[in-house]
Design a protein around this ligand. Sequence first.
Ligand SMILES: Nc1ncnc2c1ncn2[C@@H]1O[C@H](COP(=O)(O)OP(=O)(O)OP(=O)(O)O)[C@@H](O)[C@H]1O
Ligand SMILES: [Mg+2]
Length: 162
Amino acid sequence: MAYHERPTTNHRSYTGFSTRMPTREFTTHSAEETIVLGRSLAAALTPPKLVVLRGELGAGKTTLVKGIAEGFHAASAENVTSPTFTLVHEYRGSQGNLYHIDLYRVDTQRELETLGLDDLRDDKSVLLIEWGEKFPRFERERDVEITLTRLAENDRQIRVIA
Ligand SMILES: Nc1ncnc2c1ncn2[C@@H]1O[C@H](COP(=O)(O)OP(=O)(O)OP(=O)(O)O)[C@@H](O)[C@H]1O
Ligand SMILES: [Mg+2]
């Protein structure tokens, strides 16, 4: 079965200038479905964007990035692996350059600065940051927040807020 989308209300007020997409919520029932969802979300992630991916260990953040990278024609799902130790993976695609970042092991401001993430931010880049919420600046600067919640062994709620 394909992933399904549950209608949600966008609680942000409409300003007349907003090009923001409303909050969207999905449920997936397998890693494969999450990859398919990631592919479709890629269309909304036009550069430049800073995306914070939230969710506990094993929630499916990296799995979703596999689909987003495919949607960007930047990498195939099996070639997208967790940047657990290398901290930043770069994928160049026709729709822009994806940077997949994992800040789980990054604890101090100094460690963060050594990554030089600001240098990656240009008009062609989309930064997908796992554990970005550890640093308040990413909470402030993020364009999109995607929160994954484990509902059961293979079920995930995926909420996209822009
Ligand atoms: N519906 C689903 N969506 C995504 N992953 C799922 C789903 N059902 C089961 N899984 C499994 O859950 C795991 C998710 O792992 P993944 O590395 O994507 O998580 P993560 O959020 O990036 O964790 P971490 O914080 O450790 O990096 C995988 O083993 C995947 O196969
Ligand atoms: Mg991960």
